[in-house]
Design a protein around this ligand. Structure first.
Ligand SMILES: Nc1ncnc2c1ncn2[C@@H]1O[C@H](COP(=O)(O)OP(=O)(O)O)[C@@H](O)[C@H]1O
Ligand SMILES: [Mg+2]
Length: 565
């Protein structure tokens, strides 16, 4: 039921299309039963046998044409309405997944592999709409195309109808296991094929290392293994197909022969007439096509259910916690930043921080030090709310963070990490994201303050210069200049710098530190840096070691200690 409600919510707006598709499915199924009936009447007219309708020959031919047209038109309408519904469904489902993912907090989205997620969003929604297209119309159509011909045949002779039905079901059951095997191997073949593509793609993406380490031969072997698997599965698939297709023919022929045999006996002893006999034969054909497709429908129901479960799993990856979204809690502190961690771990095994309290006053500039992996960068993510705390709280200017990933909260921070992320587009686009209200003049001025005069001269189209998606047309230093310019445009209250000079040439660090010196003035700053030209801008040092604060004091004192050690 929850599946139906879920699916219906996506095509609600196309009720008319849904209704039309269903109505015309019923019409088409009825028309297809009507056709053999008219043939029966036609044969009986020709043989001057007893008629149910008293139509003339010409009237019957005209009716046959009309019914044919009805069948053709109904199918055209069904397919078109299905398309409208299926495209609406997959469009809305994709939209809802994308919208959810973009509004999920960062710590949830981060858990997903981006390429995998993109593939699931594209593929699962397509498959769902494809299954739905099959199900709501073809399933209905086939159900009607079993019941309709069965009743029509039963009206001719009930035993004949039961015999035809039983034979078709029996024959379908016999060939089903093999047909299912074919479907399974076709699926496996798909998987192996995409693995092969993956392996080739991987090898090509690290081709430089392949050359440097002389590993061409082992790469060839790896690709060839994947290639061999594809060949083998193709053969097995073909083998099962060579069994299943003839078996299908056999099933069809065997049930037809049964109907011809029993129908013939009934015709000979005069229970039915020739018109009935011809019609019964056609009904059997209709019924057998639909019964054969029925097992596919059942498989598709199962596959639809598991696809929808996957979609639910994606949508349910994050349940917003509305309980806490009340008004901001004041903790009364006048500090710029208060971090109070009872216990923090990324997973349940390793505790990264335990009983750690950090208070930073407005306007303080603090250097965070500690060995690699002690959690310096994690502190930044906790302060910005990107990584939620399960035990403890963070507050800025006395306000406690109550829901992760809050826009309003992130607005207060300016963050710069080792490498500034460049987005695909122009320099303008890259600055626009920092503050959508800033003017071109403000952008130029921010760039100049960030030390980007040379960069501006270099780019021929100024702000409208196109920057490569990966930023490959920019040096590490130029990227950081853009990062700084963004901070100038955003004007946040708190600045966070996480090793901003890692990818800078030594010769560029002096001028970068100078720009940094300008921007940090009067701001509350947390920084992580190994370069004295940068960290001398701090006045206080906090050293983290094994989840605790191992030092907290003036920079001078820390430097003195470091020298004596
Ligand atoms: N998203 C994450 N998921 C799980 N573990 C993480 C994640 N980010 C960092 N870690 C782990 O937490 C520890 C601290 O990382 P980090 O804060 O980056 O340290 P630092 O910046 O001091 O080098 C490391 O052991 C790291 O592997
Ligand atoms: Mg780090």
């Amino acid at each position: 039921m929850k599946y139906i409600i879920f699916l219906y919510s996506f095509i609600r707006k196309q009720k008319a299309a849904l209704v039309l598709a269903i109505v015309f499915t019923v019409v088409a199924a009825l028309a297809e039963v009507l056709f053999p009936f008219l043939v029966q009447e036609l044969v009986n007219t020709l043989l001057k046998d007893k008629l149910i309708l008293s139509f003339s020959f010409n009237e019957l031919i005209a009716s046959l044409i009309a019914v044919s047209l009805l069948i053709v038109i109904s199918h055209a309408i069904i397919i078109w309405m299905q398309t409208i519904n299926a495209s609406e469904l997959s469009y809305n489902m994709r939209k809802s997944l994308v919208d959810s993912f973009l509004s999920f907090p960062y710590h949830i989205t981060r858990k997903f592999h981006s390429a995998n997620l993109a593939f699931r969003i594209k593929n699962d929604t397509y498959l769902v709409s494809d299954r739905i297209r099959d199900l709501y119309s073809e399933f209905l159509y086939d159900t009607l195309s079993i019941i309709g011909p069965f009743i029509a045949m039963a009206l001719i002779d009930i035993k004949l109808a039961v015999l035809a039905f039983m034979m078709v079901c029996l024959m379908t059951l016999i060939s089903k296991p093999i047909t299912n095997r074919v479907a399974v191997y076709e699926r496996i073949l798909q998987i192996y094929n995409s693995r092969l593509t993956g392996v080739i793609q991987e090898s090509l993406s690290w081709i430089k290392s392949v050359k440097i380490f002389n590993s061409e031969e082992s790469e060839k072997k790896r690709i060839n293994n994947a290639n061999t698997k594809v060949k083998n599965v193709e053969r097995i698939t073909g083998l099962f197909m060579s069994l299943s297709i003839p078996l299908g023919f056999f099933a069809q022929l065997a049930s037809t022969i049964a109907v011809l045999w029993y129908g013939g006996l009934l015709l000979m002893d005069g229970t039915i007439n020739l018109g009935n006999f011809v019609a019964a034969f056609t009904y059997e054909q209709l019924m057998s096509d639909s019964i054969k497709r029925y097992s596919n429908h059942l498989n598709k129901f199962a596959s639809l259910k598991s696809l929808l479960d996957r979609v639910f799993e994606l949508l349910g990856a994050y349940q917003p916690n509305n309980r806490k979204q009340s008004k901001p809690v004041e903790n009364g502190s006048a500090n710029a930043i208060d971090i109070n961690v009872k216990k923090f771990s990324y997973n349940d095994r390793d505790t990264l921080f335990r009983d750690m309290n950090i208070s930073i006053q407005k306007g303080e500039r603090v250097l965070i030090v500690g060995d690699n992996g002690q959690g310096k960068s994690t502190i930044f993510d906790i302060v910005t709310g990107l990584t939620p705390l399960n035990e403890g709280y963070v507050s800025i200017f006395g306000e406690v963070l109550d829901n992760p990933d809050s826009q309003r909260w992130l607005q207060k921070f300016g963050v710069m990490s080792q490498q500034t992320q460049i987005i695909k587009g122009t320099l303008y686009d890259n600055l626009h994201i920092a503050n959508t209200e800033s003017t071109r003049e403000e952008m130029i001025s921010a760039l100049i303050q960030a030390g980007g005069s040379e960069l501006l001269d270099k780019l021929k189209d100024g702000l409208d210069s196109y920057i490569d998606e990966k930023g490959s047309s920019l040096s590490g230093g130029e990227r950081q200049i853009i990062g700084l310019a963004r901070l100038y445009l955003k004007t946040p209250e708190i600045l966070l710098f996480d090793e901003p000079t890692t990818y800078l040439d030594n010769s560029k660090i002096n001028s970068f530190a100078e720009s940094l010196n300008n921007i940090v003035r009067g701001k509350t700053v947390l920084m992580i840096s190994h370069d004295p030209r940068v960290f001398r801008l701090a006045e206080r040092v906090i050293r983290i070691d094994k989840g605790k604060i191992a030092f907290d004091g003036p920079l001078q004192e820390y430097m003195g200690q470091a020298r004596t050690n």
